[in-house]
Design a binder for this molecule. Sequence first.
Ligand SMILES: [Zn+2]
Length: 257
Amino acid sequence: MKRLKIPILLLAALLCLTACGRRDRPGDITEPSINVTFAAPTETTEEPTEEPTEPETTTEETSALTYGSVVVGKSANGYAIEERDGCTYVDGILIANKTYSLPQDYGPGELTDECYEAFQKMESDAAAEGLDLYIGSGFRSYWTQDSLYNRYCAQDGQAAADTYSARPGHSEHQTGLALDLNDISDSFGETAEGKWVAAHCFEYGFIIRYPADKVAVTGYMYEPWHIRYLGVETATKVYNSGLCLEEYLGIDSAYRD
Ligand SMILES: [Zn+2]
């Protein structure tokens, strides 16, 4: 019996290490992880979607795609705008900008696995070229953003703060799909790392979310360090279009008040 004890203890220690390992990921670890379940809608009414492309929508597989979400309209470019648990998806892409906000309790608690794994791959390929990429800021909860935004407002006034900091609920960092690279500095775009990221991040599924020539559309100043995960296919399409995400999808970004 005594011989068995050590391997069991070792296994328990290893399991703990594995379970705790994710805490090393940059993000808002002071906030409890919130599990958001999209698959458990309370409404059971079958709302007909405005997309007539699939006439046979009675199979379980097809209806599962939009189950629990309501199509509330179409973007200027014809993409479906869906609402699911208080979040807005355009063509299936979760949107957090000045027009579309997230509920207070929304958040994966850290970067999503997909986003983090994509960053790791990018970071390792960049390192092979002698470049150093790291996460300066990852997931941020509603309340972290709330205190950050209020601090900027006190410091620079609300009008100025709105050009570089999102109001709580409107930050892309709350999605767990956006991150700030390295030091948050205007000069990042001019560094070897910044130039490499601008040219290659789409290959890993990211876009530079707030480009220099799209300030009037995104509503935010140029942020060469802020990247948004969309998956390789969509990120490549957005990159090749030369458009920012709002233009690509046909949506706007402006506070209502
Ligand atoms: Zn950012």
